[in-house]
Design a protein around this ligand. Structure first.
Ligand SMILES: [Fe+2]
Length: 248
């Protein structure tokens, strides 16, 4: 699907994959994954059940715990009007303005941005949208500015926020104008999970010239470490009282 390969080992794979692919492809195709290369891949083991990893990824109440990510990803994600904590009201207003401006640019370039969310009506739930980033609105950097000088695919503008895609049961993705990040979650056992993160840049982007690898990977490396700690804390909670203790 648009340069991504999915493998399902279930005896009866979801029958609606082609239908799902048709929803995703118009969002992803302009980034032309076939003309990208892997800049870096990270594997980390989290001491938590894979379902806690996915659950943690789906909520943003903890996003205040991601100071590097919050420079570009609005930490109001998932919140709704009228329920914004006082300390995030200014951020909420800035996000609304940035989103409106992004949608105008998307209409100009013919890029879809609307939220499609079908999480509980499909066996493999989906969500996709294009959403604004803070600062310059280009990428996951401290000032929201591009992290690679090469635009992906057919894109003509760096200021396109993030096209974020979620595909249950175990993956999510962020497509920016300058790079793509993919996340795969693989259970090792009931209390350990492998999280694989892959950074992709344009295939003609040159490391040290068009992008700095440390800067490219910094925000999500930090975020992954923070999420690892959150998941492990949740695992401790989920495992309490210790399952080995006899119930009386
Ligand atoms: Fe997180």
């Amino acid at each position: 699907m648009a340069g991504l390969i999915f493998v399902c080992i279930a005896d009866e794979p979801p029958a609606d994959f082609d239908e799902t692919a048709k929803i995703f492809e118009p969002y992803l195709a302009p980034h032309d994954l076939a003309k990208t290369k892997v800049a870096y891949q990270q594997n980390i083991i989290e001491e938590g059940n894979w379902k806690l990893v996915m659950e943690n990824n789906r909520e943003c109440y903890h996003c205040d715990g991601h100071p590097e990510l919050a420079c570009s990803l609005f930490p109001t994600w998932g919140l709704t009007e009228g329920l914004i904590p006082a300390h995030l009201e200014e951020v909420w207003d800035r996000n609304k303005e940035a989103q409106s401006s992004l949608e105008e640019r998307c209409r100009r370039y013919g890029l879809p941005y609307e939220v499609v969310e079908e999480l509980d009506t499909r066996i493999a739930g989906i969500r996709i949208s294009r959403e604004s980033l803070d600062g310059e609105g280009e990428s996951f950097s401290p000032d929201g500015r591009r992290l690679s000088k090469k635009l992906l695919g057919d894109l003509r503008d760096f200021r396109l926020g993030r096209c974020s895609m979620h595909l249950q049961p175990n993956s999510w993705f962020h497509f920016q104008s300058d790079h793509v990040i993919t996340f795969g979650v693989f259970p090792v056992n009931e209390h350990q999970t492998l999280v694989r993160t892959t950074w992709l840049v344009a295939d003609d982007a040159e490391e040290g010239v068009d992008y700095d690898l440390d800067k490219l990977t910094y925000t999500w490396k930090q975020t992954n470490l923070q999420d690892k700690a959150f998941v492990e804390l949740c695992q401790k909670g989920a495992g309490s009282p210790p399952t080995s203790r006899a119930l009386t």
